[in-house]
Design a protein. Structure first.
Length: 154
């Protein structure tokens, strides 16, 4: 397993089978309130295109080999408003955000993320005991749900 450090937000299980679900331990709180540190997620590694806006994904953080858990805020072809003005995403790029806003290192810091960094789509929380279990990050889950995430652009 990868060492836990301040920048690590997810740790993948060793020896994950290709094409089969694998598990991720959420190690930090950048996805609060939808995900908490200590949550265990199942990840679908067969995702080969960016899923729908609002979906929670696992990616290799740009500039490192660390796996991070983020929410897909904008898809290829979308335009995102940044502090430097509008940014049009390329055909294989996405804009990823943490639900915790200012407590998240995400596309606001490192920019658009290429499809080659996508490890999979997180789809089920199965632990720990005491946390809600079941599907997570469902697009269109509606306001007021803890896993609904921030409002997505356009």
């Amino acid at each position: 397993m990868l060492p836990l450090g301040p920048a690590v937000e997810a740790v993948a299980s060793e020896g994950r089978p290709i094409g089969r679900p694998w598990r991720v331990l959420v190690a930090e709180s950048s996805m609060r309130p939808a995900l908490e540190a200590g949550d265990w997620l199942l990840v679908d590694p067969t995702t080969r295109t960016w899923p729908r806006r609002g979906t929670i994904v696992v990616v290799r953080e740009p500039g490192s080999r660390l796996l991070v858990v983020k929410r897909l805020a904008a898809r290829p072809g979308d335009t995102v408003q940044t502090t430097d003005g509008p940014l049009h995403l390329g055909p294989a790029e996405a804009w990823l955000l943490g639900d915790a806003g200012g407590d998240s290192l995400d596309s606001r810091s490192y920019g658009a993320v290429g499809l080659d960094r996508l490890a999979g789509r997180a789809w089920l929380r199965y632990g720990p005991p005491g946390r809600p279990l079941g599907p997570i990050g469902r697009p269109g889950s509606g306001p007021g749900r803890p896993d609904a995430g921030p409002e997505m652009p356009g």
